[in-house]
Design a protein around this ligand. Sequence first.
Ligand code: GTP
Ligand code: ZN
Length: 353
Amino acid sequence: MLSISFETLQRIGLSNAFSMQLAELPANPDTHLMRIIEVHKDRLTLHNGEHSCSARVLPRLVTAMAEDDLQLAVGDWVVSENNALNEWWITARLSPANHLSRRAFDGRRQSVASNIDTALLVMGLDHDFNLRRLERYIALVAAADIAPVIVLTKADTVENAQLRIAEIIQRIGRRYPVFAVNALDKASVQQLAPWLNRGQTLCLLGSSGAGKSTLTNTLTGAGQITGGIREDDSRGRHTTTSRSMHFCINGACIIDAPGLRTLRPDGDDDSMHAAFDDIEQWAAQCQFRNCRHESEPGCAVREHCDPDRVFNYHKLLRDMHRLQQTPLERIAERSRWKTLMKSAGLRGKQKRE
Ligand SMILES: Nc1nc2c(ncn2[C@@H]2O[C@H](COP(=O)(O)OP(=O)(O)OP(=O)(O)O)[C@@H](O)[C@H]2O)c(=O)[nH]1
Ligand SMILES: [Zn+2]
């Protein structure tokens, strides 16, 4: 077995969930277990609980992972080797306890983060507040089996924070904790303390400008951000451009993901059922077994659920099914639609004539 200091690595999130995999790693003095704390195009930053180093991935591992449509992500535990030139090479990846990914517009999977205990869904109480987007984020984390906590930032700038919390509860129920915070204020963010225990890993998700970096700064001690590249965007604001892990005063590890412009959850029907279990439960009580909750009589979903939530649920399901198609299936569907539209146009033309 690889020699490791569990105590040291526990500080950066190692848990007993990995003991079986660790037992199988061969003992080798040049081999080390580390956690990915930053991902860049051509290199990654690793941490061993005490120090960080820059590393590259062995091409063999890149190829093997690509074959399974996988990519390394911040939060992954990896085995790395230090060679005679003092270069660090990642040779293996431990199977993650969970892995958060999304889909690109063409259906390709994109890694966000691995081994997360809690996802903080960060949303500003300003113009950023958007319930459909929040549901999208919930679907994203449900697909990876990660527990969400909703954090509404900029509570100091509005008077209706409690009303907004009530709006969320009205729409999605009380299944997830919801907090309104001033992300700039240490005392205010201590509401999140139960999720910030030593060795816990959190991932911050939310749109650009929602306050993720501000929250990270406050939780890690102002100005102590260790990684994370920040650049000015076109509006002169600072914006996070790469994913990175930071260490919190309370001992938790925080992954600050850049604002996700396009958010297509990488899920399936099961994860959608988990994210929208209220709709699924009411659906079981609809008069018709195949009720689409549109205009059918005796529809329990329409009677009990927010109509916009039901709309969003159907939209997310459609998006998800489309992203699960292979490129060929997508082309075939598009041409089927084109033919349908063309013949509908023709029929309309014939009628008019
Ligand atoms: N008053 C107040 N301002 C906040 C709060 N949270 C964030 N801000 C401000 O909102 C702006 C954007 O915050 P950031 O933390 O950079 O947002 P971000 O989510 O990290 O954005 P990206 O890095 O682009 O993904 C900054 O000017 C913050 O100071 C808050 O709770 N109260
Ligand atoms: Zn129904």
